[in-house]
Design a protein. Structure first.
Length: 116
């Protein structure tokens, strides 16, 4: 079995920073893409940032220049550094990974609230 576990969410004031982590564990052979999504109340889930096994990254326009996705291949972990947070960044953030032999897996989500 494999699982993804997110951490690092919380309450932060506008302009603040948070770093989310997503660790994949279990019988992992290799990880292809790792992606962060978010879902705000009443809205559809949207892609925030993606990282491929080849090192390419992709960001939603709304977070470009503020968020950075990175990966630790040894630890099977992906991070999302979020700076200059805005109230509209408030959402549940989910990690998604494409695991060789297992397909797509989701984490349980972590709440990020940006409020003064």
């Amino acid at each position: 079995q494999v699982q993804l576990v997110e951490s690092g969410g919380g309450l932060v004031q506008p302009g603040g920073s948070l770093r989310l982590s997503c660790a994949a564990s279990g019988s992992i052979f290799s990880i292809n893409a790792m992606v962060w999504y978010r879902q705000a109340p009443g809205k559809e889930r949207e892609l925030v940032a993606a990282s491929t096994s080849g090192g390419r990254t992709n960001y939603a326009d709304s977070v470009k220049g503020r968020f950075t996705i990175s990966r630790d291949v040894v630890k099977n972990t992906v991070y999302l550094q979020m700076n200059s947070l805005k109230p509209e960044d408030t959402a549940v953030y989910y990690c998604n990974a494409d695991l060789t032999g297992w397909g797509l897996r989701w984490g349980q989500g972590t709440q990020v609230t940006v409020s003064s």
